[in-house]
Design a protein. Structure first.
Lengths: 186, 171
């Protein structure tokens, strides 16, 4: 009995609710498109009240709650993934790297005392010298140094051989002239 | 070592041979002095009479002579090249072109070198006027000294790997 009554009431009120909803949407659209609404928004935005409201909101616990929610909902990760997937991050990084401001910033960092202090700390670090030793004793470096030394020694020896062979002939020619012998047949 | 006869007219001259000999003399002296110094230090620890020291010096001199003979004879009769000869790319071979120089011939050659040095090294200057650039010691031992071709540089494992990688990249 009650169920039948509820269904009957619903059948009667549903068209009325739909009609009321559509009418409310039209009113809203008309309001949003109205120039008065735009002006009202401008007024509100220009009002000191809004500024004070924002200040109070930022000073209050809202920011902390917002931050907690951003972390909880992994919003930053999602945004980053979207940026990386769309190639936007690459574009942004490229623009940042190529900008004169970045160059100036890097130059300032390099010239700063912080860099000097960092380099001094690195040089005084025992770990750095362990690393340098590791690299210096690596087979690739040893091979390169040995090859370089061998090449130089070979070059010197080759030069010596060429010069000595030239001297062989020159000395022999002179000696044969002195003892009046004809040149050696070759 | 190959026993095929070497046919060449590319005889090594006096300057090249003198430089090779100088390198060998340095090697012999360095080893001799090193051993002599160690022996001298060891002997200095003991209180040895002067007469015994004289005998030890004579023994040391004799040992140095043996070491020098062994050095030349061993290299000539095995590879035909002392380290100095190898550096200057020359080789001692038999006069008939055989690359094998027998031990007896090597000993005769060393004795000939001593003889050649006695008259103010005149025996070596025969190299300048002989058609086969032979010194007195070469004539006595029936040997000649020839230039040898340059050896190809050894290719290391790292360089081989690098070449292989470059080859793969270029493919």
């Amino acid at each position: 009995m009650i169920g039948t009554l509820t269904r009957a009431t619903g059948a009667v009120t549903r068209p009325v609710r739909d009609l009321a909803g559509r009418a409310a949407l039209r009113v809203l659209d008309a309001t949003l498109e109205s120039q008065w609404t735009a002006q009202a928004v401008d007024h509100v935005l220009a009002a000191p009240l809004l500024e004070r409201a924002v200040e109070r909101a930022l000073a209050g616990p809202l920011v902390d709650k917002l931050a907690r929610e951003l972390v909880r909902q992994a919003v930053i990760e999602r945004v980053m993934e979207e940026l990386l997937a769309g190639g936007t991050a690459d574009h942004v990084v490229a623009r940042v790297v190529e900008s004169p401001a970045t160059e100036e910033l890097v130059a300032r960092v390099v010239d700063s005392r912080l860099t000097e202090a960092t380099v001094a700390k690195l040089l005084s670090s025992a770990q750095l010298w362990v690393l340098v030793d590791e690299i210096a004793q690596s087979p690739a470096v040893m091979e390169a140094v040995t090859h370089q030394s061998r090449s130089f020694a070979d070059q010197v020896a080759e030069d010596l051989r060429v010069r000595s062979r030239g001297a062989d002939s020159a000395v022999e020619r002179t000696a044969r002239r002195i003892v009046r012998r004809r040149p050696r047949p070759t | 070592m190959s026993t095929r006869a070497i046919v060449t007219t590319d005889y090594a001259g006096l300057v090249t041979r003198a430089l090779a000999f100088a390198v060998d003399a340095i090697a012999i002296s360095v080893v001799g002095l090193g051993v002599g110094a160690i022996a001298g230090l060891a002997i200095s620890l003991f209180n040895i009479p002067h007469s015994v020291t004289k005998v030890l010096v004579v023994i040391g001199g004799f040992a140095f002579l043996i070491w020098t003979i062994a050095y030349f004879v061993t290299f000539w009769s095995t590879t035909g090249q002392t380290p100095g000869d190898r550096l200057m790319r020359i080789q001692v071979i038999a006069a008939d072109g055989s690359p094998q120089v027998r031990v007896r011939r090597a000993i005769v050659r060393f004795a000939g070198m001593m003889l050649a040095a006695i008259p103010l090294f005149a025996g070596f200057f025969l190299v300048l006027v002989d058609d086969r650039r032979r010194g007195l010691h070469d004539m006595l031992a029936r040997t000649i000294v020839v230039y040898t071709p340059d050896e190809p540089a050894p290719v290391s494992e790292t360089r081989r790997s690098a070449v292989a990688v470059i080859g793969e990249i270029s493919d």
